[in-house]
Design a protein around this ligand. Structure first.
Ligand code: TYD
Length: 133
């Protein structure tokens, strides 16, 4: 799978750290939507879908979680536990998010507005689509 972990530059000083996210600079797409997930139950996984035409960057701004990305040929598990690191999830990638720490907050930047029709929630349908890409 192509490099999908992006290290963001953190401006650090005695007070702490600051990361700036800028469209087309350190974020490779137009940011049309931002959402975040929190209060995740450790044993309850999320995701289990792909998108037909959406790019996203997942940033674990607090705590930690694991994300499995699957492009239909390869599967990789990523540990997200750095607020200055983003996981790029391209279109037609099946994702599963699991093993959330209690303090886990995932910030997501997305290249388009929410559209339920863009979701592929069935794994067999995902495989069909992935084989056509
Ligand atoms: P979903 O994407 O299925 O969550 P996850 O992949 O994290 O398991 O979204 C959960 C619910 O929230 C679903 O009913 C769709 C809704 N939703 C929105 O209304 N707007 C959004 O931007 C997102 C991401 C989800």
């Amino acid at each position: 799978m192509k490099d999908v972990l992006i290290d963001f530059f953190a401006i650090e000083d005695d007070r702490g750290a600051l990361v700036a996210l800028e469209q087309f600079k350190n974020i490779p797409f137009e940011i049309k939507r931002v959402y975040y997930i929190y209060g995740n139950k450790k044993n309850l996984a999320r995701g289990f879908h792909a998108h037909r035409d959406l790019q996203q960057i997942l940033i674990c701004v607090s705590g930690s979680c694991n994300v499995i990305l699957d492009n239909g040929k390869e599967k990789h598990k990523y540990i997200l536990n750095k607020p200055n690191q983003g996981l790029l999830v391209n279109k037609v990638i099946w994702r599963e998010m699991l093993e959330f720490s209690d303090d886990c907050i995932i910030l997501v930047l997305a290249s388009n507005y929410y559209d339920e029709n863009d979701y592929i929630r069935d794994y067999d349908k995902f495989m069909e689509t992935a084989n056509r890409v």
